[in-house]
Write a protein that binds this ligand. Structure first.
Ligand code: PHE
Length: 446
């Protein structure tokens, strides 16, 4: 175990890389964050406060893909209809149909799905080591208030994660949760002291093989009372931090066997100190979770004055891609038998065998950007037209001319996981993408 303090330089490199480059490039060997695997879970809260980009009008973000207007879905007893989350005329709403169509699918509750298998394996670890003390929640509604998602866990008012560019807003007070930490406060208030929360979380993001706007997290939370640490010779914070590290190192061994691990200091608004756990896997350090000792204020506001607690949040896709050898995050959403039939209940780590590999088709497009342009908005438009047929959207050229106009060239990779695409359908999609990018993002195509 080699504990490591993240250097300011490393953090700066990452923040800069994420702010300016597509995610895939941010971690390419040529960047100063060389050999870093792409982030999946935690990026949102690494970033220190930054002014939020101006709220974008809903219509600017709307995509044309129309999910079948299915009847309301039921999530944990809450009925959610399309009109509850997609409101084209409401400027405080930026939820497209592609996102609505994912609500209620709850991949993590399918026992034969890699995410369900992984969730159950983590449950086994906690059941075995804590004799059933952890209460489990995997059916909490993903529609939460801004208060739950941000205020209750002390996310600063100007934190970038609150922006319309990063989070899906149903209205000014309601979001699709962007992390399972959104449930910490209510569960504490309900008197829980040991809990695991698994759920789908939603983030506007760029497009590549490890990023999808819906993914799954598991949150763990444990409260200690003064009796727990009084005989230990440590203060409450040190005691909780030591217990947290021991618990998560045990979990990593339960999932990966005897792996090399390291702790990296980091920042989250809701924990202090905060850490990431990295494991050495296939010649690379892989970030698997974020965690820390819960800020006192959260405990105090929710009925646990004088207590301490730890919390962690891990990204299930990130772990499952490694454990099952799943090369592209879109596969988790596939209903193709050739994918689904490869996994069965209780079998962690069965290696996925690609059933065929279809070639990608690349299309480039260049335009002069305007002040409102963001890559997340571009990706939303592309996803709205091409759905899961888009594999990657990558900035390949960027320059500013003498007049101060900035041009971006993006390369879009189209590839189906399940079949070959015809030239005609790719050309159609690309034509529609160009039209919508021009009309919705108000950029000038070159
Ligand atoms: N909520 C954090 C994220 O999604 C992860 C986290 C959970 C970190 C709990 C610390 C404690 O990025």
């Amino acid at each position: 175990m080699r504990p490591l303090i993240r250097s300011a330089c490393r953090l700066r490199a990452r923040v800069r890389a994420m702010a300016t480059l597509p995610a895939a490039a941010a971690f390419s060997p040529s960047s100063s964050a060389a050999a870093r695997p792409p982030r999946l879970t935690l990026a949102l809260f690494f970033l220190p406060s930054a002014p939020a980009p101006a709220a974008l009008g809903a219509r600017a973000l709307r995509t044309s893909a129309s999910a079948a207007a299915a009847a309301a879905v039921d999530v944990g007893g809450v009925k959610i209809a399309r009109e509850d989350v997609v409101r084209e005329e409401d400027p405080t709403n930026n939820v497209p149909d592609t996102i609505y169509s994912k609500i209620g699918l709850q991949l993590h509750r399918r026992d034969n799905h890699p995410l369900g298998i992984l969730k159950n394996t983590i449950y086994d670890y906690f059941d075995k080591n804590f004799s059933g003390q952890f209460n489990k929640f995997d059916d909490l509604c993903p529609l939460v208030s801004v208060k739950q998602n941000f205020d209750d866990v002390l996310v600063p008012a100007d934190h970038i994660s609150r922006s319309y560019n990063d989070t899906y807003y149903v209205d000014a007070q309601t979001v699709l949760r962007c992390h399972t930490s959104a449930h910490q406060a209510e569960l504490l208030r309900d008197g829980h002291t040991h809990f695991l929360v698994t759920g789908d979380v939603y983030r506007r993001d760029s497009i590549d093989s490890t990023h999808y706007p819906v993914f799954h997290q598991m949150e763990g939370f444990r409260v200690f009372s003064p009796d727990d640490w009084s005989g230990s010779g440590m203060d409450g914070t040190a005691y909780a931090a030591a217990d947290l590290k021991k618990t998560l190192e045990g979990l990593a061994r339960h999932l990966f066997g005897a792996v090399e691990m390291r702790w990296v200091d980091t920042y989250f608004p809701f924990t202090n100190p905060s850490f990431e756990l990295e494991i050495y896997f296939q010649d690379d350090w892989l970030e698997v979770l974020g965690c820390g000792v819960t800020e006192q204020e959260i405990l105090k506001s929710n009925g646990r004055t004088d207590h301490v607690a730890w919390a962690f949040g891990l990204g299930l896709e990130r772990l499952a891609m490694v454990l099952f050898d799943i090369p592209d995050i879109r596969l988790f959403w596939s209903n193709d038998q050739r994918f689904t039939s490869q996994f069965s209940e209780g079998k962690l780590g069965v290696k996925f065998k690609p059933f065929s590999k279809f070639p990608p088709c690349y299309k480039d497009m260049s335009f002069w950007i305007n002040e409102e342009f963001t890559e997340n908005n571009l990706c939303e438009v592309v996803r709205g037209i091409a759905g899961d047929l888009v594999e990657e959207v990558k900035l390949i050229d960027n320059f500013t001319n003498k007049k101060g106009l900035t041009s971006h060239c993006y390369r879009i990779a189209y590839r189906s996981m399940e079949r070959s695409l015809t030239d005609e359908e790719i050309n159609d999609m690309q034509w529609n993408v160009r039209e919508e990018v021009k009309n919705k993002l108000k950029v000038e195509l070159r």
